[in-house]
Design a protein around this ligand. Structure first.
Ligand code: COA
Length: 367
């Protein structure tokens, strides 16, 4: 049975930085409160030309470059997001088109902030089963478009960004070792974006009541998060036949430093073993784990051969953890330049649209 290795990684964050002081100009808050209660100092905010798919494509190109994999070699694209560009088509299909990943199946996965763990597990399982060889797993969010900028309980927390991993099959042991996924829909109302779906389609009153923005019971979400982070980590370790002592790093969902500290206490591990970068990005939901991973790898913090656990929680309620052995890129030949495929992909997309248009005209004439 082939192993599923994480062989490429990349991240993207919009250029726009919003500091706590910037926020204090629009809601009744201050830098000290936000830093003490959350650990966040600043977050990135999408500009007019940043979208969930464009951030995802930027992160993906970097990941493909590291793995030395062509977009045309990808079998499957999973985009985990709670902020898709449309109800449909899936954002994963927009990414497929922009990358020119002509062979890939593509779909979105919604498990909120736990989504990247779910998506990575799904991609790894597809590789382990032998049905595919290469998957592109993305977590991408433009949460700032759904934040209520008058609600100080939520607007201080979230930021935008994307992270991507390339998963590849190899006979060499390692890669994704185990994963656990959980949900409890009875807590769905604790963190929600109520309107815009089929239950409450957009109307004048849904817009007027602010139902297209994030709503959250912060205290209850906090309580839930502190309960599940340590237990999910231990479950994933158990499933991989590992003990806490065997792992070098925990890469937690970056929501609140106090939640991460509670997990550290629960696991009896020092904070130095946790990868933390939420001070600079805030909570980027499903993108937070891959962004933290990419920064830690690029800093030389996470090294080849080290074992780690990624652990997350979020709306749904959902939570989960995934244990992996970090192996890095597989040996490969040549030098792939995925950004060229992106340019070619753009041309290919235009040509396909033109062909579809001409075929449409001919078809109408035949009728
Ligand atoms: N600035 C200043 N004061 C604020 C504030 C802000 N941004 N937000 C709330 N306050 C005030 C409250 O009104 C309250 O004042 P009061 O005591 O006079 O009523 C006080 O600060 C304490 O509020 P509380 O809600 O108890 O703060 P908290 O310590 O629970 O922190 C959160 C609030 C939202 C930071 C925290 O509950 C949290 O992080 N929850 C989890 C959220 C999360 O992770 N969501 C994403 C899941 S993926």
């Amino acid at each position: 049975m082939p192993y599923a290795h994480i062989t490429g990684w990349g991240m993207a964050a919009p250029e726009g930085v919003m500091t706590n002081d910037d926020l204090a100009k629009i809601v009744d808050t201050n830098d000290q409160w936000i830093r003490e209660r959350t650990g966040i100092s600043e977050r990135r905010i999408a500009g007019a030309t940043d979208f969930t798919s464009t951030l995802a494509v930027e992160a993906s190109i970097k990941a493909l470059k590291v793995a030395n994999v062509r977009p045309t070699d990808i079998d499957l694209i999973i985009c985990s997001t709670s902020t898709p560009e449309y109800m449909f088509p899936a954002t994963a299909c927009l990414i497929q088109d922009q990358l020119g990943a002509t062979k890939a199946g593509a779909f979105d996965l919604l498990a909120a902030c736990t989504g990247f763990i779910y998506a990575l597990n799904m991609g790894a399982q597809a590789i382990r089963s032998g049905s595919i060889k290469t998957a592109l797993i993305i977590g991408s969010e433009t949460l700032s478009r759904f934040v209520n900028w008058k609600d100080r309980n939520t607007c201080i927390l979230f930021g935008d960004g994307a992270g991507a991993f390339v998963l590849q099959a190899s006979e060499r042991p390692g890669g994704v070792l185990s994963a656990v996924m959980h949900s409890d829909g009875s807590g769905g109302d604790l963190l929600t974006l109520p309107a815009g779906g089929s239950r409450f389609p957009a109307t004048e009153s849904t817009v007027h009541e602010g139902l297209h923005c994030i709503r959250m019971d912060g205290k209850e979400v906090f309580r839930f998060a502190t309960r599940v982070m340590a237990s999910a980590t231990l479950e994933a370790l158990d499933a991989a036949g590992l003990k806490v002592e065997d792992i070098k790093w925990i890469v937690p969902h970056q929501a609140n430093i106090r939640i991460i500290e509670a997990a550290a206490r629960g696991l009896k591990l020092p904070m130095e073993r946790f990868v933390v970068n939420l001070d600079r990005y805030g909570n980027t939901s499903t993108a937070s784990i891959p962004i933290a991973m990419v920064e830690a790898i690029e800093k030389g913090q996470i090294k080849e051969g080290e074992k780690l656990v990624m652990v997350g929680f979020g709306a749904g309620l959902t939570w989960g953890a995934l244990a992996a052995e970090w192996t890095g890129p597989l040996p490969s030949k040549g030098h792939v330049r995925p950004e060229q495929y992106r340019r070619l992909g753009r041309v290919r997309s235009l040509v396909r649209r033109a062909i579809r248009f001409i075929e449409g005209l001919l078809y109408r004439r035949e009728l």
